[in-house]
Structures are given as C-alpha cells and as structure tokens.
Ligand binder design. Structure first.
Ligand code: 8YV
Length: 322
C-alpha cells in the first residue's frame, strides 16, 4: 500500500506527477490554503502532509489523539509557521528544503535593494501613468548603491549569497550580525566583518538586509528602538519573514523620515498589506516571491519528494529539522 499524502497547495506539474506516481496523493484543488479544520482532519487521514508557508500549523491544529501523520514535509526552508514543539511531542518528523532556494532569494533581496534605492517602482508607476515629462537632470534622483555598506542580519546561506552579490557585484562593504561565529573562506574573501551586536551593524549600514528565521525570539527583532538605531536615511530590506519586523514601527520610521525606504517581500499578516505601506512611494512591495522561479520551485518540490521517499523507505531523512 502506498503511503497517503496530502499536498496543501498546487506544486509545479513535474513534481506533482512524481508525487502522484509514488504515493497515494491528494492535491488540494482549491486556490485557498486548507482551513484549520481541514488541517486537523488531515493529521488523522494522511501519513504525510506537505505544507507551505501559507498553512499555519499551531499546536491547536495538531491532533489530541494519535496522529496518523508522521511526517510534515514542508515546501520551503523557513518553518516558523509550524509549531515544532507540538510536532516533537507527537513524534512527527518535520523536514524543509534548504539550499535550493538560496540564489533566487538572494537575487530578490538585491532586486529590492536596487529597486528601492533607484526608485524603480515609483518611476515605473509614473511612466505608465503617462506622467513622464522627459529626461531632466533632476528627475527621479535616487541613492547610489555601489560602494555603500550593506549590513546583513543572519549570515546563513541566503545572507551569505546576498553579501556575495553585493560585494562582488556592487563593490559594497559587508558587515554582519550572526548569533554564532561565522568565519570561512568566502567571508574572508569578501572582507565581511562580523560585529557583536545588531545595533553595531545598524549604526554603520546604509542598507540592512534581514536573513534570519522568523518566529520565536526573532519576532519583532527589528522594533522601534532598532529602527531608531539605524543610520539616518538608511534602507531596510526584508526577504526573511514578516514577523521579524514590527510593521507598525516600520511605518512610523518611514513616515517620520528616519529611514529612507524599505524593500519588502514578506509581511506580518501576509497576504494582508497595511494601506500605509501601499501608499508610500519609497517602499517596494513584492508578494513573497523569493523562491518564485520555475527552476527553484521544481527543485524545492524535488527536495520534499526526496525527504518523503527516504522517510517511507525507513532511511535517514536528509532535511530533518525535528
Ligand atoms: C517559499 C520561503 O516560497 O522557503 C521559504 O522559507 O519563504 C519561500 O521561498 C515558501 O516558504 C513556500 O512555502
């Protein structure tokens, strides 16, 4: 008997094909994520659930009785939407998809950084509205990126890939904060400096890019006082998780002119975006596109399949986080 698995959102067709062949697979046909009630039922009816960031899995959706589900194979590297403690208590294995989305997420971080500094969104809106009066020396003047200082918060795979793009592509100096010590060949080649506090990074960086996990103690890591500690008129880039930033405090810092702009791919209550952010011209907003390329989404799916296959064949699971 093939294991019964449920895929909570539609995945790239090539991966769905493999899932359908190897497992007794149910695909959520709706465009909406599963409701908490549907998720609760899934734990009783399926051997594995394949969730995404849009499925909230707090302790309350885990079953009180024995869980049929023994594996949550998450489609994505971040798993702060899953209550890891609740999974551990029920002996449910959780896996993620690290590595395969590093480049594309770092690309989106640089895309946001360049777009907000050079006012790409604002300028394109003006042009499309037919309001461009022609070239002029003082039109849409932005901020130079090359040679500036980039502060990275969280020097994991994606933080480092972003730093490399900034340093080797744009001649930026790189400073970073990371909870543990990071020192390797690539860090040394960039001349990237690890500073001992987040505040030290914020005080010097012209651009701050967030690359730490969400949830837990990282919730509101960037709060009003840390925004106040940023260099005057610096920019904030977030491709990590929305809850790492106190969105209300960010809006205040933008409205007050303390920071010059923000590039955001993730939001506290996504897909809800506060109107205040949508109204601001100096904010570039993307709908959580970090890993959204054909190549990467297929690779993420294949990685989840590898975890499923290993688990059900009784082999060590490659990307086990619980
Ligand atoms: C994914 C992400 O699109 O992998 C992550 O952590 O944020 C994104 O790249 C999303 O998680 C899909 O579940």
């Amino acid at each position: 008997m093939k294991p019964r698995v449920i895929v909570t959102r539609r995945w790239p067709a090539a991966v769905e094909h493999i899932l359908a062949e190897r497992f007794d697979t149910t695909f959520n046909q709706s465009d909406a994520p599963l409701s908490p009630i549907q998720l609760k039922a899934a734990f009783l009816n399926f051997d594995a659930i394949l969730p995404t960031v849009s499925d909230k899995l707090p302790a309350s959706v885990f079953p009180d009785t024995d869980s049929r589900t023994k594996l949550l194979a998450n489609f994505g590297v971040g798993f702060s939407h899953i209550d890891i403690g609740a999974a551990r208590e029920r002996d449910i294995v959780v896996t993620n998809t690290p590595g395969v989305l590093t480049d594309c997420t770092a690309d989106i971080a640089m895309n946001l950084l360049l777009s907000v500094a050079r006012r790409a969104g604002e300028a394109e809106r003006q042009l499309r509205a037919g309001d461009w009066a022609g070239w002029c020396p003082t039109h849409m003047i932005g901020t130079k990126v090359s040679g500036k200082t980039l502060g990275i918060i969280g020097m994991g795979r994606i933080g480092k890939a972003t730093a490399k793009r900034a340093h080797f592509g744009f001649d930026m100096d790189v400073l970073f904060y990371n909870r543990s010590n990071v020192d390797d060949e690539e860090i040394r080649a960039m001349g990237a400096r690890q500073l001992s506090t987040i505040e030290d990074v914020l005080a010097e960086a012209d651009f701050v890019s967030l690359h730490c996990p969400g949830g837990g103690e990282n919730r509101h890591l960037i709060n009003a006082s840390r925004l106040a500690a940023m260099k005057h008129r610096a920019f904030l880039i977030n491709t990590a998780r929305g809850d790492v930033v106190d969105e209300g405090a960010l809006i205040d810092a933008l409205e007050g002119g303390k920071i010059a702009g923000a590039g955001l791919d993730v939001f506290e209550g996504e897909p809800y975006i506060p109107d205040a952010l949508k109204r601001m011209e100096n904010v570039v907003l993307l709908p959580h596109l970090g890993s959204a390329t054909e190549e990467t989404r297929v690779a993420m799916g294949m990685r989840a399949v590898e975890n499923l296959v290993a688990f059900f064949e009784g082999n060590p699971v490659p990307d086990r986080v619980v």
